[in-house]
Design a protein around this ligand. Structure first.
Ligand SMILES: Cc1ncc(COP(=O)(O)O)c(C=O)c1O
Length: 306
């Protein structure tokens, strides 16, 4: 059934090697182009996993309302999958995130509630969004998608690990900026199922170094650096955590688009800036994999692409 609908377009995204970005004598850098998913982000993988599994369990029925607080990518993915499955969706959003993400959610028929901000993503704002979503989810006929808690979120990324293993075989290091940590850990799970156990490196913006110093702060990298411990980040499985300067990430976004045709958002820039650093440290004959988490088309007119 799923392959007869738009849900069949989720996953099996291409991978490209960023040879021109590899330091002399460094490791190979490969990037999975997740902007190729239907809503332009890897979040489609978790949305289809969460909603279809909840329907299979009978926890969610056609016509029910799905609720989530979101910076927009998760919300757009949930709105898309909900539309296909005959579910309603309410997003608690904020004007700190791209307005185009609000428009995309509304295009898929979602109700979008906007929490006001001073233009930056702060722990206080996230807490306010969360409280509003929790209250809505208490209403009858509502289902809380729980992007920060549901095991179905992490499980939704296992196929990405399997796709990477099928494409590349051996992988030495997996690198990704973390929001919930689900994409990084779920992909590592899928790689492990395929017999690959690379080093796993988590990233956060240097402007909000909560994981590396204990102190978060305002930053502008959408989808990551959420201001609390990422619930799916398994510190026993992670080999290292790095804080990467957001401006180096944004500059990397522009370089990736102009020199490799890889068009991503701020988290993609952070990922590749870190991968270049790590490729130099890892040395030749090794292979690093990272993600172009979403499409740069979502960020046109913003601070990354002007
Ligand atoms: C653009 C973008 N990049 C990266 C992430 C982080 O993914 P995860 O929550 O799986 O760690 C998100 C999550 O919202 C995102 O929207």
């Amino acid at each position: 059934m799923r392959s007869d609908t738009a849900l069949g377009a989720i996953g099996n995204t291409p991978m490209v090697r960023l040879q021109g970005f590899e330091p002399e004598g460094g490791a190979e850098i490969w990037i999975k182009l997740e902007g190729g998913n239907p809503t332009g982000s890897y979040k489609d993988r978790m949305a289809v996993s969460v909603l279809t599994r909840a329907m299979e369990r009978g926890a969610l029925r056609p016509g029910d309302r799905v609720v989530e607080y979101t910076g927009g990518s998760t919300g757009t993915a949930l709105a898309f999958v909900a539309a296909v499955l005959g579910l309603r969706f309410t997003a608690v959003f904020s004007d700190a995130f791209s307005d185009s993400k609000r428009q995309a959610m509304e295009a898929f028929g979602a109700e979008v509630l906007v929490e006001p901000s001073d233009g930056t993503i702060t722990p206080e704002l996230i807490q306010r969004m969360k409280a509003r979503a929790y209250a809505l989810a208490e209403e009858p006929g509502s289902f809380y998608a729980d992007q920060f808690g549901s095991p179905d979120v992490r499980a939704g990324y296992a196929p990405m690990g399997q796709e990477i293993a099928a494409r590349l075989g051996c992988v030495d290091m997996l690198v990704s900026a973390v929001g919930t940590g689900a994409a990084l850990m779920g992909t590592a799970d899928g790689l492990a199922e395929a017999g690959q156990t690379p080093q796993v490196i988590a990233l956060e913006p240097l402007q909000s170094p909560l994981l590396t110093t204990g102190q978060g702060g305002p930053h502008k990298v959408e989808g990551v650096g959420v201001g609390f411990e990422p619930p799916f980040l398994d510190r026993d499985r992670v080999s290292g955590i790095r804080a990467i300067d957001q401006d180096a990430g944004f500059a990397m976004c522009r370089r990736l688009a102009a020199e490799a045709g890889v068009f991503g958002g701020g988290s993609t820039g952070l990922n590749v800036a870190a991968a270049v650093e790590l490729a130099g440290e890892l040395g030749p004959g090794k292979r690093i994999v990272t993600f172009a988490c979403d499409s740069g088309a979502k960020y046109l007119g913003g601070h990354i692409y002007g």
